[in-house]
Design a protein around this ligand. Sequence first.
Ligand code: 15L
Length: 345
Amino acid sequence: MAARLAVPVADGSGGEREDLGRPKDFFDLDLLGPHLPTLRVHSGRKSQGMKRVLITGAGGQIGRVLRQGLRGKYHLRLLDRTPITGLEASEEFVKSDLSDVKVLQEAMANIDGIVHLAAVSVEDAWEKILPSNIIGTLNLFEAACRAGAKRVLFASSNHAVGFYRRDQVIGTDVTVRPDSRYGVSKAFGEALCSLYADKYGLETYCMRIGNVAERPVDMRRLAIWISPRDLIQLVEIGLEHPDINFEIVYGMSGNDRAWWDNSHAERLGYRPLDNSETYADEVIAAEPQHDPNDLQHIYQGGTFVNLEYGGGSLKEAMRGWIAHPVRAFAKGKWGTWRPRGSPPR
Ligand code: 15L
């Protein structure tokens, strides 16, 4: 499967040139920091007969969870820019970031499935988000296409839809409403999943992950928490399901207080084993008093919503009040009006 894409490349002259003359190497990666040399693979002992899975960003928190859950079932090629030690028999390590399509393509040799986790994992400046989450993710998909990869699982985030209110339940078919630059980058990744599936036949599976932890840490996480074993189940479905085209699932356990309709994941066979309700009494007792009019408690994205807030959600909030004045009054949601541009309380 060959992807062909013409990307305008800045040539330093103040204008742009169409770099159509280099169909195999058309990205100007100087923007992205130093290129890494040819790939070196450090492996544990060989594991025969297992499917081979590449995990990018394997050294991060979610990478460690997946490593524990998937090792022994899959041969894992762990890619990270910082060394990963203590490799097990069925693991190998590749030192790389996302800046070089060719290096990523090499890392995908003899791989059955790719789990793309590598990213800046919280809100940050464009200078950080752009090379890593936007261009890096584009490089990943481009490399997957060139390597003839079959399937990519993309770690999207609840922050791609963080500007939906908590008093509504959303499915996977809603328009994205990112709450941050980070959320935009995840929405971009989902769009790539869609494009590369429809255009090039790559099988893609986006997990809009809530919060991965041993237990939910606060009220918000009672809605969006996913336990490690449920996440592993969701990833295994992504790797194994025979009928994946372009899918979006929510990365949450079977939480009673969910804001998301995860029936698509259920159709694919997801049967979460955990429910945040187990911890609800404890979490609610420990939750500090908060202002119900504070946007971070109105919108799903929590604190990401408040960051640099400039009054933009006012109209939408008012639509909510007009549509449901009684409910809004009962929930104490009057009084969030403030002039555009004034900081949130
Ligand atoms: C995410 O997407 C982040 O990667 C993680 O750090 C948490 O902030 C999580 O969302 C969350 O919303 O709790």
